[in-house]
Design a protein around this ligand. Sequence first.
Ligand code: FES
Length: 146
Amino acid sequence: MERKDFIEKVGMGGAALLVMGCFGSCTKSDGGGGSSPNPNPSKPVDFTINISNSPFNVLQNNGGFYVDTANNVIIAKTTSGMLIAVSSLCTHQSVTLEFQGNNNRFYCPGHGSNFSTAGTVLNGPAASPLKVFKTALSGSLLRIYE
Ligand code: FES
């Protein structure tokens, strides 16, 4: 085999390996699929609070919100009186969110991202939406689950 032929064949093989290596690592999801970190992925979020009792009674007022740090969920009462729950960790760098009742949106004090009440990104730097949880109110008991 001529030296030139050898270099061409090895060169093609090397290029193929580089391409294959990139497919392996370049196609992995970086978590942009819309879910936020779950502290215990094997256990779905499912808990109940009594909104008549402190500290949850802030949810009786439109614009009020409560952050459940055990489950990383923020629960808010929108300006129209709906009780909603989303992941409390910003999808940018996991800073804990707040609910701005006057603007009816979730705000990240980390770098200023805003999310709608449906969890969609209104402005970045966050690029991924928040995970949304279901809520069910029975009397004063509010269940938050997925
Ligand atoms: S951590 Fe929320 S915008 Fe950066």
